[in-house]
Design a protein around this ligand. Structure first.
Ligand SMILES: [Zn+2]
Length: 350
C-alpha cells in the first residue's frame, strides 16, 4: 500500500513537471528585477554642471510621497528617477492601469543610486507579458506588448519593506510637490535670492525637504504643534481647532518652489515660494533648522511676523517653531530622519 502511494506520488510529480514545460501558463510568474546603480545602467540628476533649465524644469517636479518617481514618457517608455540623495534598495514599482482593480508589480529595483535616473521600455514590451498584481494574482499584459498604454491611463507608485522605504512612503500623507527654482537668474542686488543656484544647492535641498516632510508627517509633531500656545496675525491665542486647521494647511501645501537665499536665512510666501540660505542646507543633518524653515512655511500659509506661526512670542517665547523644533531635535537624537550624514551619497556636499 505504502509503496503504491509513493509510486503514485512520484508519477504525479513527473506528470506535473511535464505539464508545466508544455504549458507556459502554469510556470510561476516572477517579477523582473533591475538595478540602476552605475553609469552603465543609469544617469544622474543634479550632477555638477547640469543645465539650469533642466534642474529647474517643471518636468523635474515630484510628489514628496513619490521621491522614487516613475512616469510615462509615451505609451511604451517610462522614466524611473530617485529624487532622494540616498540609494534606495529593494523597491517594487507598482503600475495602476485605468480600470484595473489592483496595481501590477511592474518590476523590482534591487538598487537605484541617489539621484539616479533611467529611461526604459515597459518590461511587457519585451519577453515577458505575465505579471503579478498586489494580491499575487497573475495579470496578462500581452494586449499592451506592441501598442503600449496611453500615458493618461497609467499611474505609478513604489513600495517595499525596508526602513528607508517605509519612511519615504510615510511622506505620502503630505500634498507637497517639489521643484527647484532659480529665482534670481540675473544679478539683482535688491533682492535676497542667490544668483544662479547650483547642483550642490539642489542636492542638499533634496535631502532637507525630505526630512522636513518627515517631521510634518509624524503624529508627534502634530500633537506638539496643537499643544503649543500659538497666536494668530492679530496676536489672539489660537484655539485647538484653529491650530489643527493650520497644521493641516501645512500638510496640504500643494507646491514648494525651492530656492536659495542670501543675506537673509529664509524667504517664504504664497504660490509656493520657499527659500532657505546655504547655512540651513549645510546644517539640517545635525541641527534643528525649524526656526528658519517652519517660520517660512508659516508665511506660505499666510501668517505674518505678528503671529507666532513665524517668530516665537509672548507668553513664554513660544510658537510653531518651538513646538516643531523640539520634535526635530528629538528626531535628530534618535537618528530617525530618512536622510542622514551616514547615507547621504556625496560626502563633499556635507
Ligand atoms: Zn519672516
Amino acid at each position: 500500500m505504502r509503496k503504491l502511494s509513493v509510486l503514485v506520488l512520484i508519477a504525479a510529480l513527473f506528470s506535473c513537471k511535464k505539464d508545466t514545460s508544455k504549458d507556459p501558463g502554469s510556470t510561476p510568474v516572477t517579477t523582473v528585477e533591475y538595478s540602476f546603480d552605475s553609469d552603465a545602467n543609469s544617469g544622474l540628476m543634479f550632477k555638477d554642471g547640469e543645465a539650469m533649465d533642466i534642474m529647474t524644469s517643471e518636468s523635474r517636479r515630484y510628489e514628496i510621497g513619490k521621491v522614487l518617481r516613475v512616469k510615462a514618457i509615451d505609451s511604451v517608455t517610462i522614466e524611473v528617477a530617485n529624487f532622494a540623495p540616498v540609494d534606495i534598495q529593494d523597491a517594487t514599482i507598482l503600475l495602476t492601469i485605468e480600470g484595473q482593480a489592483k496595481p501590477v508589480k511592474l518590476f523590482k529595483i534591487n538598487k537605484i543610486r541617489a539621484h539616479g535616473v533611467k529611461e526604459m521600455k515597459y518590461p511587457f514590451t519585451g519577453s515577458t507579458t505575465r505579471f503579478l498584481n498586489t494580491d499575487n494574482k497573475e495579470v496578462d499584459l500581452s494586449q499592451y506588448k506592441t501598442s503600449g498604454i496611453a500615458t493618461s491611463k497609467v499611474s505609478f507608485d513604489f513600495t517595499g519593506e525596508t526602513d528607508l522605504i517605509k519612511k519615504l512612503k510615510s511622506l505620502a500623507k503630505l500634498k507637497w510637490t517639489i521643484k527647484y527654482q532659480d529665482y534670481n537668474p540675473t544679478d539683482n542686488p535688491s533682492d535676497n535670492w542667490k544668483d544662479n543656484i547650483d547642483a550642490k544647492d539642489v542636492r542638499r535641498f533634496s535631502g532637507f525637504i525630505i526630512n522636513m516632510a518627515y517631521l510634518f508627517q509624524a503624529d508627534t509633531t502634530r500633537r506638539a504643534f496643537i499643544n503649543e500656545p500659538i497666536v494668530d496675525n492679530d496676536k489672539v491665542v489660537m484655539t485647538t481647532e484653529q491650530k489643527s486647521t493650520a497644521f493641516q494647511q501645512l500638510i496640504d501645501l500643494p507646491k514648494f518652489n525651492c530656492g536659495v537665499v542670501v543675506n537673509v536665512s529664509g524667504l517664504g510666501g504664497g504660490g509656493g515660494t520657499f527659500g532657505v540660505a546655504n547655512h540651513v542646507l549645510n546644517d539640517y543633518l545635525t541641527t534643528d533648522v525649524c526656526f528658519i524653515a517652519v517660520h517660512e512655511m508659516g508665511h506660505m500659509i499666510g501668517y505674518s511676523h505678528s503671529s507666532s506661526m513665524t517668530y516665537p512670542s509672548d507668553p513664554g517665547n513660544r510658537g510653531a517653531v518651538v513646538a516643531t523644533g523640539n520634535v526635530y531635535k528629538l528626531m535628530l537624537s534618535q537618528d530617525a530622519f530618512p536622510i542622514k550624514k551616514t547615507n547621504y551619497y556625496k560626502a563633499t556636499d556635507l
